[in-house]
Ligand binder design. Structure first.
Ligand SMILES: N[C@@H](CCC(=O)N[C@@H](CS)C(=O)NCC(=O)O)C(=O)O
Length: 218
C-alpha cells in the first residue's frame, strides 16, 4: 500500500508554496513534512539524501522522489486528475513555460531577494539593506513586471484563458514583493498585471497557503 503524497519543505518558501498551490488546484491530498533549510547549521543531513543541493521543496509520491519545482509541478499536473495546469495549445504552452522561466531566473532573485529580503525581511531583523543591490533589483523588477504584463495581452490569466503553472509561479513571488511599498508602487504602473493580481490573490488556494514568515523568510 503506497503512502500518500509527501511534500518536504517550509511554509515560508516561495517554491514550496508553488507546489502547494499546484496540489490544491488539482485537489490532491498531501502531508507537509517540515524542513528548514535556513536553520543554523544548514539543511538537516537526512534532507541532503532527498535533495543533494539542500533545497526545498522535495515531493514524494508512489515511490518516486522528485526535486526541482518545475519537475514536481509538471508531474503533479500530469499524474493527478483535476483541472489541467498546462495549456495543450503549443503557443500557449510555450508562453506558460516562458513565464515559468522568467519567474525562476529573473523574478525570484530580484522581487524576492533583491526587494523583499533587502527592504522588508532585513528591516524586521534590524539589519541594513544594501542600497546598490536594491537599486539594481528595482530596475530589474521593473523589467520583470513589464515583461509579464506584455505577455498577458487580453488573457484573463497569465498564459491564456485558464489558470496555469505560470500563475502559480508568479503569485508567491508577488506576495513577497508586494510587502514592500516599492513593490506596490511598481505594480500600480501596470493595470493589467494589477487586475490579474487582484484576482489571483483572492483565489482559495492562495488564501489557504498563506506564508508563515520566519526571521529568515523568503
Ligand atoms: N531550483 C529550485 C529552487 C528552490 C529554492 O531555491 N528553494 C529555496 C527556498 S524558497 C531554498 O531551498 N533555498 C535554500 C538555499 O538557498 O540554500 C526549485 O525549482 O525547486
Amino acid at each position: 500500500m503506497q503512502a500518500g503524497s509527501i511534500l518536504y519543505g517550509a511554509t515560508y518558501s516561495v517554491y514550496v508554496r508553488i507546489v502547494r498551490l499546484a496540489l490544491m488546484e488539482k485537489g490532491v491530498q498531501y502531508s507537509l513534512v517540515p524542513v528548514d533549510v535556513f536553520a543554523p547549521g544548514g539543511p538537516p543531513k537526512d534532507h541532503l539524501e532527498r535533495h543533494p543541493f539542500g533545497r526545498i521543496p522535495v515531493f514524494v509520491h508512489a515511490g518516486l522522489t522528485i526535486y526541482e519545482t518545475s519537475a514536481i509541478t509538471r508531474y503533479i499536473d500530469e499524474a493527478f486528475d483535476g483541472p489541467a495546469l498546462q495549456p495543450v495549445d503549443a503557443a500557449q504552452r510555450a508562453r506558460c513555460n516562458q513565464l515559468v522561466s522568467i519567474a525562476d531566473n529573473y523574478a525570484y532573485p530580484n522581487l524576492v531577494w533583491g526587494i523583499y529580503v533587502e527592504l522588508v525581511s532585513k528591516l524586521k531583523r534590524g539589519e541594513l539593506s544594501d542600497p546598490i543591490r536594491v537599486a539594481s533589483a528595482l530596475a530589474r523588477s521593473r523589467t520583470c513586471l513589464q515583461a509579464v504584463d506584455s505577455l498577458i495581452g487580453d488573457n484573463r490569466w497569465l498564459a491564456g484563458p485558464s489558470l496555469t503553472l505560470a500563475d502559480l509561479y508568479v503569485a508567491p513571488m508577488f506576495a513577497y514583493f508586494l510587502q514592500a511599498s516599492e513593490g506596490q508602487a511598481l505594480l500600480s504602473d501596470y493595470p493589467r498585471l494589477s487586475a490579474w493580481w487582484s484576482c489571483m490573490a483572492q483565489r482559495t488556494s492562495m488564501l489557504n497557503s498563506e506564508i508563515e514568515p520566519t526571521s529568515a523568510s523568503r
